[in-house]
Design a protein around this ligand. Structure first.
Ligand code: ADP
Length: 263
């Protein structure tokens, strides 16, 4: 009987182990698929500007002497510069993402949010170049504990997107306010909006609702993936509300533990 019991116990143990191993393998399969998709995406994203760039290099280098005017040559160089810049942005965003993934956690210094937003305000209003109206509502003395450069990029990404995806004459409302159990940074726009089915996927790498619009506006499709990562590293949540043709609100909601007040 003792032997039989041992045998049964062994069978149960073996079965559990098999379940565990199967579960691990499924996990590895999933990771492998994600990795493969990612490599395919990166290659695809870089291939387009590279092909265009190579095409122009060929046009210029193979044109017979004197066939291109100085103006035409400069025009081609301008287009080539644009493609090179595009590749630089993609690679730089990919490096940012990879750094966020590999460094264990965000440093914790006190970030003066009012000062940070004043700096961003100038950059964002310059980017809009008078095409949009802005309303800023900033609670002063409400500061954050975290990594200044990461928080600046997260806030900047949401602001830049509002400018990118809001047609001329639209309004952009920026708020930084305490709430009952934390604080909220929100950017509301009166832009093109997003259909409900896209919202859950927006922070996936390279996910865009309209690829050509994003590209034309200088987007890499990585901004919200970066923003979401930074939010996670700061115990914050990225919330998205949007209605097609009406506008969107992107918020970063921070926990009380991340807040400090200037005295
Ligand atoms: P991108 O570089 O393409 O802007 P993001 O990761 O920042 O990449 O955003 C992903 C996609 O989410 C964008 O391509 C766009 O389709 C959509 N999106 C982001 N912000 C807004 C916004 N304020 N209004 C409408 N669509 C937006």
């Amino acid at each position: 009987n003792q032997d039989k019991l041992m045998m049964m116990q062994f069978v149960v143990y073996a079965r559990e182990q098999r379940l565990l191993i199967t579960r691990d393998l499924t996990q590895i399969d999933k990771l492998e698929t994600t990795r493969r998709d990612f490599v395919a995406n990166v290659s695809h994203e870089l291939r387009t500007p590279l092909t265009v760039l190579a095409g122009f290099v060929e046009t210029i280098s193979e044109a017979p002497a004197g066939a291109l005017t100085e103006e035409q040559t400069q025009h081609y160089f301008g287009l080539m510069r644009e493609q090179a810049k595009r590749m630089q942005s993609i690679v730089s965003d990919l490096l940012t993402l990879s750094n966020l993934e590999t460094s264990p956690e965000a440093e914790q210094v006190t970030v003066n949010v009012t000062e940070m937003l004043n700096g961003l305000r100038q950059q964002v209003e310059a980017l809009s170049a008078g095409r949009h109206q802005f309303e800023w509502d900033i609670e002063s003395g409400l500061n954050l504990l975290g990594a200044p450069s990461e928080l600046t990029s997260a806030f900047a990404n949401l602001l830049t997107n509002a400018v990118r995806y809001t047609p001329d004459k639209g309004t952009i409302y920026v708020k930084w306010m305490s709430e009952s159990d934390g604080a909220r940074f929100s950017v509301q726009d009166t832009g093109i909006g997003i259909a409900a089915e896209h919202i859950p996927r927006l922070s996936e790498r390279f996910y865009r609702v309209d690829r050509s619009r994003s590209r034309a506006a200088g987007g890499t499709g990585l901004g919200l993936a970066i923003t979401k990562h930074i939010a996670m590293r700061h115990d914050a949540e990225l919330q998205i509300q949007s209605r097609l043709q009406q506008g969107s609100t992107f918020s970063l909601v921070f926990a009380q533990s991340r807040l400090t007040r200037a005295t």
